[in-house]
Design a protein around this ligand. Structure first.
Ligand SMILES: [Zn+2]
Ligand SMILES: [Zn+2]
Length: 347
């Protein structure tokens, strides 16, 4: 006991002796702050895993506890037991997977905190598609933010991105290349006004299609928008969730046959690719991939992912001490921040 007390006194003396020197803050920091856990999230063959909370983020195969950022197929698989997600993500997954969507959904509002084995979790809007969420995880005083897919650009069909500060930013880097800059979607969509023949417009059924309907309603008022039947359920789910997309109608073969101008037929990629030699229509595909822009005749360069500037802006807002990267190329970010910021490439 005596020894212990002695030590305490000694420690106090040391502390007071350095407390007014420049050493004091770092001394303070090393004893007060928990470190970032380098293995808090690891990339396994099943997907991103948090061993501390025993859950997966967007697992690639069915697991017991899946925290799902959004309903795109490369993030949301069927057959998980518990799925933690937003309401819109649940509705999209149930439409796609029916009874195999999950044994049990635990839907959460944005910013509604819940806990898995001591890890506090909350969702923030990611601005990617309706219901898309960034996942904030807090554990032992450290905040880890997993972005899922996200974008900063205006999109009236989903919740705008909401930034939150974190110690570790785990970001997708699909387009994290300084040479990638996405043009404004409003300008891209206006290209359709220059095409007078009927158009077959290819786009992903969930998210991109609804954004295109909304953009065309606003910027291409003379076009009649016809929607492929497989896209319609997602359109209805958007509208039932309170998103108004403007004027469109389900596809009707007669209209395209009788009127050879002024129609836009919105189809999913599979249908688009199967009509490679379609006559009397101009084929246009909407994508954020630059290499798909060439040799395709017409294309719309519209992306639902952040470009280089978007990622830099995000880092400025989130103010992380470390950035961990996923999907695509982390090497440009690593070079850009060199010794200013720790950039770790997870994939
Ligand atoms: Zn996505
Ligand atoms: Zn994705």
């Amino acid at each position: 006991m005596v020894r212990h007390a002695d030590r305490e006194v000694a420690a106090k003396q040391i502390y007071s002796s350095i407390s007014c020197t420049t050493l004091a803050p770092s001394f303070n920091k090393t004893i007060m702050t928990n470190p970032i856990l380098p293995d808090f999230i690891t990339l396994t063959k099943t997907g991103l895993y948090c061993a501390y909370g025993n859950f997966y983020l967007d697992p690639q195969e069915a697991v017991a506890h899946a925290v799902i950022s959004h309903a795109h197929g490369d993030h949301a698989v069927s057959g998980n037991h518990y799925v933690y997600c937003t309401k819109a993500t649940q509705l999209f997954m149930q439409h796609r997977y029916k009874k195999f969507a999950a044994a049990q959904f635990e839907t959460k509002l944005y910013q509604q905190q819940f806990e898995l084995n001591g890890v506090k979790i909350s969702f923030y809007p990611a601005g990617h598609i309706l219901g898309s969420a960034m996942v904030l995880m807090e554990y032992k005083g450290i905040r880890y933010l997993y972005t899922g897919d996200y974008k900063l650009e205006r999109d009236t069909t989903c919740e705008p991105i909401e930034f939150v500060q974190a110690d570790v930013l785990i970001t997708e880097t699909t387009f994290a290349d300084p040479s990638v800059s996405h043009p404004p979607a409003e300008e891209e969509i206006k290209k359709l006004n220059q095409i007078h023949n009927n158009i077959m417009l290819g786009a992903y059924a969930l998210g991109k299609s609804q954004r295109l309907i909304s953009l065309m309603s606003e910027h291409c008022p003379s076009k009649k928008i016809l929607v492929h039947h497989s896209i319609m359920p997602f359109v209805h789910l958007y509208e039932n969730s309170g998103v108004s997309l403007g004027k469109y109608q389900p596809y009707d073969r007669k209209i395209m046959k009788q009127e050879l101008q002024g129609n836009v037929y919105l189809v999913p990629p599979m249908v688009f690719n199967s009509y490679i030699r379609a006559i009397n229509v101009v084929r246009v595909f909407a994508t954020g991939w630059k290499h798909l822009q060439q040799g395709n005749g017409h294309s719309l360069y519209i992306s639902d992912h952040v470009d280089w500037n978007g990622i830099i802006q995000t880092i400025e807002q989130v103010k992380p001490q470390e950035v961990w990267t996923l999907h695509g190329e982390g090497k440009y970010l690593k070079a850009h921040f060199s010794n200013q910021l720790e950039v770790k490439i997870l994939n």
